[in-house]
Design a protein around this ligand. Structure first.
Ligand code: IMP
Length: 432
């Protein structure tokens, strides 16, 4: 297969980073298409720990190209810090290896100030954003007043756009959010300098992808967050501000739907969520604690403890439909060892009625009661198992249940954080 999209099927943090890292070995080009530095994963390379928020982990492989598409929102200070940190540690980030879309929108200091100011003002009803300015940046993009990476390369245009927008932002910051106004000169100078440094990387990513495809390159589209955080299809308003579903790869990178060959959904063997919003299968007991501790469920961007709960099959089915999944990767299965029985939510109950799909109304979604199917657990440590046939019978049974319920084959099973703790049944780039 030439083009593979990877998406999260839940509320993010499904372990996409590890699967992306695994499949990157067989890809030539790796592309980010949405989100920004609200995402993040930790990569161990040469015994050193790296946390990447924007640059695809393909950067650790010498002969791969890493692309940041137009759908991503870029905080240039974070991007430059990542580039500097990689280079300082001997990983070259040369233009030509990293390519950035001229059309990607920039996260500006006022986006971060507004994100924080709004969350503080909302108090109890806050979204629990990552505070990185993601939502306010996408807002400006849609309102047609955003500043794009390419704008930084034209000083006069950048000056004009910034002076027009900053007046409005400072009014909003001061008068509505009771925050300090921001200085035009400071932002202008800092961003212009950063623009000069980024210039050699800036290009038309859609054209680059067309060229790569023409040369027969294998392209991996790396989704961030998860299906239930999608701005259109997720648990709105407790979502991020981009389209996290597979279709986002098309408009967020500039490729047509017919160029996508395979969509892989990453699904944790249980569920986690960070930030606010309803979570029907959430467990606030010792089982949830087991998942958090054994699964090290703390955010890699904000360090916040993640909320944990049973696998929600309805959420998984939504992901199958919304992404058109071709295959599944089940991650963190090892975390469930020792729990018995296991539960999977197969439907919800609302006012005495059984629901098989997620209601669009957030009030209704907040009132759902999960209907569970119980499955027997296993006690064995499975973290070193290399062959699917060697998993305990109840573990195989759990996987079969997920596969049957979702109606999509399980292609990868992950049993721990390290690359060789993975059973690959079918590699989408190889077809076997
Ligand atoms: P924002 O993307 O910072 O605006 O945050 C909106 C919501 O999405 C919050 O609930 C965040 O916790 C959640 N979120 C954003 N990025 C991630 C991620 O990479 N993993 C999990 N949750 C995320």
């Amino acid at each position: 297969m030439a083009s593979v999209v990877i998406v999260g099927t839940q509320w993010g943090d499904e372990g996409k980073g590890k699967i992306v890292d695994l499949l990157t070995q067989d890809a030539d080009v790796i592309v980010r298409f949405q989100g920004g530095n609200n995402a993040g994963h930790t990569i161990m390379f040469d015994g050193k720990k790296f946390i990447l928020h924007l640059i695809p982990s393909g950067i650790f492989h010498e002969n791969k190209k890493c692309l940041i598409g137009n759908g991503v929102v870029i905080d240039p200070s974070v991007l430059l810090e990542e580039i500097d940190n990689l280079e300082k540690n001997g990983i070259p980030v040369k233009p030509g290896r990293l390519l950035i879309s001229e059309r990607a929108h920039l996260i500006m200091p006022y986006h971060k100030a507004i994100d924080h100011g709004r969350e503080a003002k909302r108090g109890k009803t806050k979204i629990g954003t990552t505070g990185r300015g993601i939502g306010p940046c996408y807002e400006d993009k849609i309102a047609r007043r955003g500043i794009k990476v390419g704008d930084l390369l034209d000083e006069a245009l950048f000056r004009e756009k910034l002076s027009e927008i900053l007046e409005e932002k400072n009014f909003y910051l001061e008068k509505y959010l009771s925050c300090e106004p921001l200085s035009f000169d400071e932002i202008f100078d800092a961003y212009l300098r950063m623009g000069e440094r980024l210039a050699p990387y800036v290009t038309n990513v859609s054209v680059e992808l067309e060229i790569a495809r023409g040369q027969g390159a294998k392209i991996l589209f790396e989704g961030a967050q998860g299906t239930q955080l999608d701005i259109d299809h997720g648990t709105y308003p407790f979502v991020t501000s981009s389209n996290t579903v597979a279709g986002g790869a098309c408009h967020g990178a500039g490729v047509g739907p017919t160029t996508i060959d395979f969509v892989m959904g990453i699904c944790k063997a249980y569920t986690t969520r960070v930030g606010g919003g309803p979570f029907p299968t959430e467990l606030s007991d010792e089982i949830g604690l087991h998942m958090r501790e054994k699964g090290a469920e703390f955010g890699s961007t904000t360090g916040r403890p993640r909320r944990c709960g049973w696998l929600d099959g309805v959420v998984l089915k939504e992901a199958v439909r919304l992404n058109g999944l071709s295959g599944l990767a089940i991650t963190k299965l090892d975390v469930l060892s020792g729990l018995n029985p296991l539960k999977v939510c197969v439907a919800y109950e609302l006012d005495g009625k059984r629901l098989e799909v997620i209601p669009g109304n957030i009030k209704e979604f907040s009132s759902l009661k999960p209907i569970y199917e119980e499955l027997p657990g296993w006690q064995e440590d499975i973290s070193q198992v290399k062959d699917i046939g060697e998993l305990p019978e109840n573990c195989k049974n759990y996987l079969r249940f997920i596969e049957d319920f979702a109606g999509v084959p399980i292609d990868i099973v992950s049993l721990g954080p390290v690359r060789d703790q993975t059973i690959v049944l079918r590699n989408p780039f190889k077809g076997s």
